[in-house]
Structure formats: structure tokens, C-alpha cells
Design a protein around this ligand. Structure first.
Ligand code: SAJ
Length: 423
């Protein structure tokens, strides 16, 4: 029986996963390097914003099934859910996984199951197994002992959407890649405790690639939409109408252009493929470049709008710019890798004191914007006062608003929600 589960890394994936195991009355020990995170959870609170999670954490901690600590303790199962960021050279940084291996190794015991959940380049689970074997020569591992190994190891990526994590953790199918069949079987039994979706077994490297392929698929398709939006702009075609028309074809489903691709998954994971197959991953690499070029393109559109207004006789000091939306996608408060935030920062550097930001999902603006003298404003005031309106994120509030802009006002709608043409 796998009764005690240790989750290493209590972030966006680790904490909800820990909580769902705990909700099935398993003893869960959450481990995190941050004292703040550990204290917050032990008080029954959460340090991230995710619907439903606070109630589940409070219940799990209150009932004694979930406890957080900074010190790794013995357990039956170790689930590693730590970050795997990119270095400045766009190479995967596996140092958190290595640190997790170091923290698990001393407490590892015969019969333990180790699962890697972090998004990882192909081959990482085998590296994890090698690190553990090196640190614990007294135990046997699947890479040498096969099915007879003391320790079982598997890769089980998550595929949940921020904002719907609790629901999707339960409902989505899981891909599970054990280093041996017994490793896969043990992992499937574990996840079946709360996963209602199917747990599909494959090879460990295929499971790693599957996660990367999913996010690269989305990135590539968003790049297609973003490229179309720039082409249509040049040719005077309303890209939103064009996409609606094309999507009437039964086998066409073009995604939505925007001001860029943000978050810590879709804009990151394709680089793991590019890094490991630089000569073959041409389309995947180009998609990243196209999506990363979109914020600069939006900034050029703002420059054009300023030039237009100046032609009408306005001086630089007359011109103010209201930016709608800062988060990396609609209806959340998450600013990680947000192209909208990047755009507003650049505008504020270029036009100090002239930028308003409207972000209904944040109580206050991030420090970087305050330092750059960006002013937070209500929708109505911003629409009335600004000479240029830049819609960056399609928050529900922005979709619902109706306003009459004056003829001197310029609108740059990167999401097509205000029914304007071109962008
Ligand atoms: N975006 C567009 N146009 C679109 C769709 C999205 O520009 O048509 C942009 C969004 O505005 C945002 C970015 O893409 O900036 C990513 O948003 P998202 O909602 O598509 O995805 P994430 O990053 O929140 O979550 C993704 C999901 N992966 C896929 O949909 C393939 C999620 O299922 C993964 O679990 C998650 O990455 C992850 O953890 O890897």
C-alpha cells in the first residue's frame, strides 16, 4: 500500500495534486523550499490564486491529511513537481529536479515509488534515476535491475489549465510512462485514487515528449494565428472575420491571435524540444520566434497611432495611452511571462507619465509599473481620457463594455473584442 505521499514542490501543480491525494484520505507531506509557502499551507491557506483550491487545502490541513515542511521525510511515494525554467540561452534548467533528487535520496527506502511530474526534456527521468542510483548504491533501480528493482520510477506529466486545475486534475486523461511495467502499474494505481480520466501507459521518453508536444502544438497553432493577423493587417483584411469564415470549414480550426504568448508553459516548453533537436525542430523554433515577435509588432502599431495623431496636430504631451489588460491570459490575475505586461512596461519607458493601465483582476499595479509612473484607471475614465486605447487581454469586462470613441481616438485591439478591424 502506498499510504504516505510526499510532494516535492508546492506550486501551481504540486499543491493541488497534494490536496487531491489528501482528499482521498492519504497522508500527504508537502515539501517546499519556501518557509512562507510552508507556513501559509500549514495555516490552511494558499499562496496562489486558483478556484476551489483554498477550500480543499483548508479541509485537508484541518483533517490532518496534509502537512507542509521544508525537510524531506520518509514516504512511500515521492512526486516531484518543481519548476524547470529556461536559462537565458533557452536551455532547460534542471537544477530544481537535481536538488529534489538530493533531498529525496537520503530518505529513500526499498519499495518506494518516485514520480517526476515537472515538464522536462526527453531523458530527464532517466537522469533522475541515475542521480538517485549514484547517491544510493545500496538500493537497486530500474535502469539496472529492471522489474526487480527496489525503487520504481515513472514520468507522469500534468496537463491542467490554470484557472481549472482542480477540475482538470480529476477529469483529464493522464499519460504515464514508467521505466518498467511495474513502475507504470504502481503509478497508475496511485493516480487512479483521484483521477477519473483514463491513465494511459507508455514508455518513459514518450511520456516526456507527449507533454512537450502538447504545448508545442498549441504554440505553433497560435503562431499561425498571429502570423495571419500581421499579414491581414498589411492587406487591409479583418483577421477576426477571416478566422470566423475559415473556421466554417469542417477541418479548419484557427486559434485566436493576440499580443503574444505568455504563461510559463506554452512559451517555454517548445524550447526543450528545440534544444534537444535543433536541426529538426524548425517549425517549432520558428513558431516561438513568431509569437515572441508579436509584442514588438503591437508596439510598432502604437508608434503608428502616435504618428497619426501628431499629423492631426497633437503634440507628444497631449497624447496618453490606455492599456487594457496586463495578465498573460483573460480572467486571471497571473502576470507570469505576460506579453501584455511587457508591452505596457515598454510603453511606459518610452512615454513616461502618459500610460494608464486598466486591469480589473488586480487590486494594485505591479511595482515595476508603479515605478515607471503608470497609473491604474477604471475602464470608463480611461476610455474617456486616453487618446490611444490598446486592448491587450480579452477579459470578460472588456468584452461586455460598450463605448463611443471620438474620432481623434485611436484603437488598437489585439484581441478583436471591440469589433475593430485590422489588428
Ligand atoms: N493564446 C493565444 N491565442 C489562443 C489561445 C491562447 O494567444 O487562441 C495565448 C494566451 O493568451 C496565453 C498563452 O497563449 O498568453 C497560453 O494560454 P493557454 O490558455 O493556451 O495555456 P496555459 O499556458 O494557461 O496552459 C497550457 C495548457 N496547454 C495546452 O492547452 C496544450 C495546459 O493544458 C497545460 O497544462 C499548461 O500549459 C502547462 O502546465 O503546461
Amino acid at each position: 500500500m502506498l499510504n504516505t505521499i510526499s510532494i516535492i514542490g508546492l506550486g501551481y501543480i504540486g499543491l493541488p495534486t497534494a490536496t487531491l491525494f489528501a482528499s482521498r484520505k492519504m497522508r500527504v507531506i508537502g515539501v517546499d523550499v519556501s518557509a512562507y509557502v510552508v507556513d501559509t499551507i500549514n495555516q490552511g491557506n494558499i499562496h496562489i490564486v486558483e478556484p476551489e483550491l483554498d477550500i480543499l487545502v483548508r479541509a485537508a490541513v484541518g483533517a490532518g491529511y496534509l502537512r507542509a515542511t521544508m525537510q524531506t521525510e520518509p514516504a512511500d511515494v515521492f512526486v516531484i513537481a518543481v519548476p524547470t525554467p529556461l536559462t537565458d540561452e533557452k536551455k532547460p534548467d534542471l537544477s530544481c529536479i537535481e536538488a529534489a533528487a538530493k533531498s529525496i535520496a537520503p530518505v529513500l527506502a526499498k519499495g518506494n515509488l518516485v514520480i517526476l511530474e515537472s515538464t522536462s526534456p526527453v531523458g530527464t527521468t532517466e537522469r533522475l534515476a541515475a542521480w538517485l542510483a549514484e547517491m544510493r548504491p545500496d538500493l537497486t533501480f530500474p535502469q539496472h535491475a529492471g522489474e526487480a528493482s527496489d525503487i520504481r520510477i515513472a514520468y507522469c506529466p500534468e496537463r491542467v489549465l490554470p484557472g481549472r486545475i482542480v477540475h482538470e486534475l480529476v477529469e483529464n486523461d493522464r499519460v504515464i510512462g514508467g521505466m518498467t511495467s511495474k513502475c507504470s502499474e504502481a503509478a497508475v494505481r496511485l493516480y487512479q485514487s483521484f483521477v477519473k480520466g483514463e491513465c494511459v501507459v507508455t514508455a518513459v521518453r514518450a511520456a516526456e515528449m507527449c507533454k512537450l508536444a502538447e504545448n508545442s502544438f498549441r504554440d505553433t497553432n497560435i503562431a499561425f494565428a498571429n502570423e495571419l493577423s500581421m499579414i491581414c493587417d498589411e492587406q487591409g483584411i479583418d483577421v477576426w472575420e477571416l478566422i470566423r469564415l475559415a473556421n466554417r470549414h469542417p477541418r479548419v480550426n484557427i486559434l485566436q491571435p493576440g499580443c503574444g504568448v505568455g504563461g510559463h508553459c506554452i512559451a517555454v516548453d517548445p524550447w526543450f524540444i528545440v534544444d534537444s533537436a535543433p536541426d529538426s525542430a524548425k517549425l517549432i523554433a520558428t513558431a516561438r520566434v513568431v509569437n515572441d515577435s508579436k509584442p514588438e509588432w503591437v508596439l510598432r502599431k502604437v508608434d503608428q497611432a502616435i504618428a497619426d495623431l501628431q499629423k492631426l496636430g497633437l503634440t507628444a504631451s497631449d497624447i496618453s495611452i490606455a492599456c487594457f489588460g496586463l495578465t498573460f491570459k483573460p480572467d486571471i490575475d497571473d502576470l507570469r511571462e505576460s506579453p501584455a505586461l511587457h508591452i505596457v512596461q515598454k510603453l511606459a519607458e518610452r512615454h513616461p507619465g502618459k500610460i494608464f493601465a486598466v486591469e480589473p483582476n488586480l487590486e494594485s499595479l505591479p511595482e515595476t509599473l508603479i515605478d515607471l509612473r503608470v497609473r491604474q484607471m477604471d475602464t470608463g475614465v480611461a476610455v474617456e481620457r486616453a487618446s490611444i486605447l490598446v486592448l491587450l487581454v480579452d477579459h470578460a469586462q472588456f468584452k461586455l463594455m460598450s463605448f463611443k470613441n471620438n474620432s481623434d481616438q485611436r484603437i488598437i485591439d489585439t484581441r478583436g473584442v471591440w469589433g475593430k478591424k485590422h489588428v
